[in-house]
Design a protein around this ligand. Structure first.
Ligand code: 5GP
Ligand code: ZN
Length: 113
């Protein structure tokens, strides 16, 4: 997507701090971290949100979850614990319309769930 900020980051047209990447997914530091560790995990392919996951064939979503665990390891929070959040649509406050998972940790997290 030409005007998608995360697609621009993936194409390296906008700089980011990469934590981990492979052929399908990348993980970057959030520009406005809400915890000591705040990493965004996203597919290189543009999906507007989790709502479009039905476009993927079997196994790809599972790979994304395994990649997310590897991101937690790389970010140093796998043992201490972390939270994974996916905002979908307006009521969740989704700001960037490119599927991404937030990985939050590095301190005891409060919150809803
Ligand atoms: P959402 O609310 O869509 O789930 O989360 C979007 C996240 O992207 C926010 O936490 C915001 O700080 C982050 N973000 C927005 N623009 C940029 C950017 O240009 N670079 C990085 N690294 N993060 C961004
Ligand atoms: Zn995109």
């Amino acid at each position: 997507m030409d005007d998608c900020i995360f697609c621009k980051i993936i194409r390296e047209e906008i700089p980011s701090q990469r934590v981990l990447e492979d052929g399908e997914f990348i993980a970057i530091r959030d520009i406005a971290p809400k915890a000591p560790v705040h990493v965004l995990v996203m597919p290189r392919e543009h999906l507007a949100s989790l709502d479009e996951i039905g476009r993927w064939d079997g196994g790809r979503a599972e790979k994304l979850l395994h990649f997310t665990v590897a991101v937690a390891e790389a970010a140093g929070v796998r043992e201490s614990g972390y939270r994974v959040i996916i905002n979908v649509g307006p009521d969740a406050g989704q700001e960037v319309d490119h599927l991404h998972l937030h990985v939050l940790g590095g301190e005891r997290l409060g919150g809803l769930a």
